[in-house]
Design a protein around this ligand. Sequence first.
Ligand code: SF4
Length: 329
Amino acid sequence: MQSITYSRNVFLSVTDLCKNHCGYCSFRREIGEAHLLKRREAFRLLARAAEEDCTEALFCLGERPWEVPGFTDLMDDAGVSSLLDYLVELCELALELGLLPHTNAGVLENDALRRLQPYNASMGLMLETVATVPAHDLSPGKHPDVRLDHIARTGRLKIPLTTGILVGIGERWADRERSLMAIADLHRAYGHIQEVIIQPLDPKPGTALADSQAPSMQELCSVVRMARRILPSDVAVQVPPNLVHPLPPVEAGANDLGGLSPVTLDRINPGRPWPSLEVLRTCLKGYALVERLPVYPQFIQRGWHGAKTRELVAALAGEDGLRKKKYIC
Ligand code: SF4
């Protein structure tokens, strides 16, 4: 029976302040409405996730929030003097509670990556697209060269990386192919891409792309097939099962469902709750749902997960590098 993997996670939105203004985003907030996660709330969510048998603490934040005027006041309110120090503190707390950090903090300099690397099982940065699209006109951090450079630098640092493309944000078919080829080339150069998310646009009211069409299932499955053809076989193809019925993309070649949380919503798509494992088992009858950690087995074998995560990874991983206690249907 073919295996489809997933991880069990908790989603912590560290801050929704962001210097970019992407035309499809409903996560970002302006300074008067933005938050910085308080320590007590972080502890509450992480402790709850530990009780719920999760293994992954997904830390997400807007890109370069420190460049937005007013961020210092937000940090003062939360008793935080450095965002990077605070991220490290949150990662340490997650590890103490038995959860493996996976941080997606946008484009970072090498010093920041090196600082976070020891505390993270893996990290994430969506490429999104190599095309120049109007949805990114106000998002300097979404320039393809900036994203590709970040992905290459994580490779040189040997950080296992989750990346992906967005489908339906104004890119053409050929752009999707070029994006996947760029990811494949980077993986061939550095060997560090663990999974590629094929994420369909989910148009949100109030955003510039509110009236855009989400890609059809047929189109999405064609992208999944193309991803499977272009990407090296050791790179997983992921589809988010809260945005799309997972069976057709799985039949088209997707083999991972990403992080599913029993504790928090997908804060990027809050109107799209995670299906339960029971529902997924029914949807994917004939496939084995297998729980993995936020770092894939091949990177555990190579020892690329952060030095401070090693003890916990050793405790959680079975001989096959997947989660020791598996959920298999
Ligand atoms: S999608 Fe990400 S980078 Fe773009 S505005 Fe939203 S939070 Fe910022």
